[in-house]
Design a binder for this molecule. Structure first.
Ligand SMILES: CC(C)(COP(=O)(O)OP(=O)(O)OC[C@H]1O[C@@H](n2cnc3c(N)ncnc32)[C@H](O)[C@@H]1O)[C@@H](O)C(=O)NCCC(=O)NCCS
Ligand SMILES: Nc1ncnc2c1ncn2[C@@H]1O[C@H](COP(=O)(O)OP(=O)(O)OP(=O)(O)O)[C@@H](O)[C@H]1O
Length: 198
């Protein structure tokens, strides 16, 4: 029986880092952030809806201007909800197709979904794994990775359910407060304990 795991976390707690490690153990990864880029690719219906919502300022060289759209939606809940209403249904269709293909191939699947709990998607997976850091580590890594001010980093974090609330909802916790080496070791032991061949 193949397993479908919902991998989630807060922004910049390390979902992509963990996904990349899990790929090395043979898991097929279906990535919501990649799907959300496909949802608004050049000449798509999604991109036209984004243009209608935000105007021409949101389009640069025929593509969505991610910086511009981000600067709006991480500071304006109404606009964020409207963008989500455009992109999320398309993302769900793309991800469902990719999931079914992986299942057909007999692969265990990681559904990497940042907003899994916010969008109540627990029923679409067999179990949920949370990539966890404290809020302090989260803000530090987010600021470093995206070169953001305190204010912008906190706006992004506040647009999501807090990492502590997510911790209470998850079936399993993958602690990513330490080094990359300790994360790799943790995952190796974790997979063994879960009965995967590693
Ligand atoms: C706002 C956008 C343009 C910013 O693009 P950017 O390249 O800077 O960031 P990227 O797409 O890599 O997302 C980074 C992270 O931001 C967080 N995030 C993105 N969108 C949202 C959102 N609508 N609400 C809360 N958090 C979000 C997630 O943790 C995500 O992993 C982009 O994230 C987007 O189109 N978001 C809407 C679609 C969405 O909800 N994506 C998240 C998974 S479906
Ligand atoms: N254990 C670690 N030690 C040091 N840095 C780390 C560790 N894990 C992740 N990072 C760094 O923290 C940042 C966030 O990690 P990553 O991009 O994997 O998070 P994410 O949860 O996928 O983010 P997003 O929600 O934006 O998609 C990256 O710059 C990554 O290199």
């Amino acid at each position: 029986m193949t397993k479908v795991i919902g991998l989630t976390g807060g922004i910049a707690t390390g979902k992509s880092t963990v996904s990349n490690i899990l790929k090395e153990y043979g898991f097929q990864v279906v990535d919501a952030d990649l799907a959300s880029r496909k949802a608004v690719e050049k000449n798509s219906k999604g991109l036209e809806q984004v243009r209608a919502l935000f105007g021409e300022d949101a389009i640069k060289d025929g593509e969505m201007d991610r910086k511009y759209v981000g600067s709006i939606i991480f500071n304006d809940e109404e606009m964020r909800k409207k963008l989500n209403q455009i992109i999320h249904p398309i993302v769900r269709d793309i991800m469902e197709d990719e999931k079914q293909q992986a299942i057909k191939q007999g692969r265990n699947v990681i559904m990497d979904i940042p907003l899994l709990f916010e969008n109540k998607l627990q029923d679409t997976v067999d179990e949920t794994w949370l990539v966890y850091t404290t809020a302090e580590t989260q803000v530090k890594r987010l600021k470093e990775r995206n070169q953001l001010s305190d204010e912008d980093a906190n706006a992004r974090i506040k647009s999501q359910m807090s990492i502590y609330d997510k911790k209470r909802l998850a079936d399993e916790i993958i602690d990513n407060n330490g080094s990359l080496d300790s994360l790799k070791l943790f995952i190796e032991n974790f997979l063994k304990e879960k009965g995967y061949h590693v």
